[in-house]
Design a protein around this ligand. Structure first.
Ligand code: N01
Length: 542
């Protein structure tokens, strides 16, 4: 079809950016409505974060069957081999979906979208790529996740480092042989814990520079028996699990229990905690715990005490006990994301692993092939930066997307983060974004969040098609209301007491504010659909 916005640019009805869970779901649903849909992907293959994440030990912290697209025709002939899938298996899964849904015919790879602008005359977007090519579309939907902009701390002398430096977010696809090497690693978030657990046993030495201990939870990983999985599928267990995710706070299959910490006797509590942490494992100790522990300090301390007591039994070195499970927690338990681990405390307790607390011993400079702290120079062959991302807002904020006033999204967020229900922005008509700021994003199982957001977008398209609408823009009132609700939900919790990427506190100079919707998935989805009531009450239509 010919273009109307930018001359000579290819046209499609809906342009999606990024080839991961969110865009695959949308592509499949929207083309069934007769729309011409295209995906532009920066990488050379699909998989979203799993195209980039291939550092040692990279695997997902959501369990089977809910970490996949919610579509029966996809799981009928694909069965995950482990309860928590690793990156190679996730890539195989994406290949399977690509083939089954004929995704490649709708996708252009190695296309780095770096800008876009809206034309008020045609009600179309022109989307700009780094290679100079442009695309015109009626609907523009970035699906670039919350971790599209990595963060590297400014460490003096880093560019002069004589050894090799690797950031976990852009790990070489061909791998890195670390066997027998002296390795320094900065960061102990989700990426850092997985790397350390994997390489600790094979490297000569691992010097771990830690700013905040990660209060890890046992993953209880296990292989899945294909026959058992087939039985579950035939039994409807997969559908049931996916349906269950609609009813919970975080889009998992389980939810906080309807009981406060001190409703139980100490013995009952002990039993309850033990079941969640040691018997069931996974995120249950985080997301199936007492309903008040993320709101009340005294309740939270009980959770921490149990967690600490359990973990201390696994660490023999007293200094490491102090650093990894301190008597006084630096933040309320669960207000920073806990990692799922398989043997991290045993690995960190090994003699070849040294932990340096950078609060006590800051890295002063990188010198030659060493990192200097007041403890002296630690000479290493390799430096791993597991230092995370300019999370959530960094992904969209880095793009040159201009709204109706000519300003970028970063301009729109100059004084505060503001969006309409974490899916649209006033001044940016005909644009949605998935798995981004002010949605349940970081507090949710990714495929659940993107599924429910995609269902909403589909619903919008179905309705406006019948009503002949070509311009659809969030109202300022709806944005203000959402910001108010965002803050109320966040302020009621203990989350503001932690310095974390959930609020931008991981990046020096970044404004600290809630980046994710802390009101739960159920209320979130209800807000989305409610906004269409009363003749599109949350939207301007044209
Ligand atoms: O990033 P992070 P990530 N000096 O920001 C430290 C998802 N994910 O890549 O905690 C010293 O969590 C920083 O310290 P602090 C998941 O949602 C999922 O690990 O800010 N240290 C922290 O320890 C996850 O939460 C999976 O005090 C510095 C680390 O670097 C999110 O992505 C796997 C520092 C950064 O951790 C991000 O995870 C991977 C400095 N100057 C990612 N600056 C799975 O599902 C930062 N740090 C398994």
């Amino acid at each position: 079809m010919g273009s109307m916005g930018e001359p000579d640019a290819a046209y499609c009805d809906v342009l999606l950016v990024g080839a991961g869970f969110a865009s695959f779901t949308l592509l499949n649903r929207l083309r069934k409505l007769g729309l011409d849909v295209k995906i532009l992907e920066k990488g050379s293959a699909s998989g979203g974060i799993w195209h980039w994440n291939c550092y040692p030990g990279a695997r997902v912290d959501s369990d089977t069957p809910i970490y996949q697209l919610f579509d029966k025709e996809l799981w009928e002939d694909f069965t995950f081999k482990e309860r928590y899938a690793g990156w190679p298996e996730l890539r195989r899964y994406f290949k399977h979906v690509e083939k089954k849904w004929n995704i490649e015919d709708h996708t252009e790879y190695n296309k780095h979208v770096d800008g876009a602008f809206f034309d008020e005359k045609t009600h179309q977007w022109t989307v700009e790529c780094a290679d100079g090519s442009n695309y015109n579309c009626r609907w523009f939907i970035p699906c670039i996740g919350f971790a599209a902009r990595r963060y590297q701390p400014p460490i003096a002398g880093l560019s002069e480092f004589k050894g090799d430096v690797y950031h976990t977010a852009v790990w070489p696809q061909h791998g890195v042989n670390l066997k027998g090497k002296r390795v320094a690693q900065i960061g102990t978030g989700a990426s850092g814990i997985q790397v350390a657990q994997e390489i600790g046993p094979i490297v000569k030495s691992l010097t771990l520079y830690m700013r905040t201990p990660n209060f890890c939870l046992p993953m209880n990983q296990c292989p899945l028996d294909p026959k058992e999985e087939e039985k579950k599928k035939a039994n409807g267990d997969y559908e049931k699990a996916m349906e269950d995710t609609r009813k919970t706070f975080s889009g998992f299959t389980y939810d906080f229990v309807d009981k406060n910490v001190f409703d139980d006797t100490p013995e009952e509590r002990e039993k309850f905690f033990n079941n969640l942490l040691n018997e069931q494992g996974g995120f249950r100790f985080w997301l199936q715990n007492y309903k008040d522990y993320l709101f009340d300090d005294a309740a939270n301390e009980e959770v921490y005490k149990f967690w600490r007591k359990t973990v201390l039994k696994r660490i023999k070195n007293p200094e490491k006990q102090r650093l990894l499970a301190p008597e006084k927690a630096p933040h309320p338990w669960g207000t920073k994301r806990p990692s799922l681990e398989q043997r991290i405390y045993e690995v960190l307790d090994q003699d070849n692993v040294e932990i340096i607390d950078v609060n006590e011993n800051p890295i002063e400079i990188v010198e030659g092939n060493g990192l200097r702290t007041k403890k002296g120079l630690a000479e290493v062959d390799v430096l791993i930066l597991a230092t995370g991302f300019d999370s959530v807002t960094g992904s969209l904020g880095q793009l040159n997307i201009r709204g109706t006033d000519g300003g970028t999204i970063a301009d729109h967020w100059k004084d505060r983060l503001q969006t309409s229900m974490g899916i649209a922005i006033p001044g940016y008509p005909n644009m949605f974004f998935l798995y981004g700021p002010q949605a349940p994003t970081a507090f949710s199982n990714g495929p659940s969040c993107t599924q429910f957001q995609a269902e909403f977008v589909e619903e919008v398209f179905k309705r406006i098609k019948g009503d002949g609408i070509t311009r659809f823009e969030a109202t300022k009132e709806q944005e203000d209301e959402w910001c108010k609700r965002m803050n109320e939900k966040w302020d009621a919790t203990l989350f503001p007491k932690a310095k974390s990427w959930y609020s931008g506190a991981n990046i020096p100079g970044k404004r600290v504010e809630p980046l994710n919707w802390a009101g739960g998935m159920v209320d979130y989805v209800a807000a989305l659909h409610g906004s269409l009531d009363n003749d599109y009450q949350g939207w301007h239509t044209d």
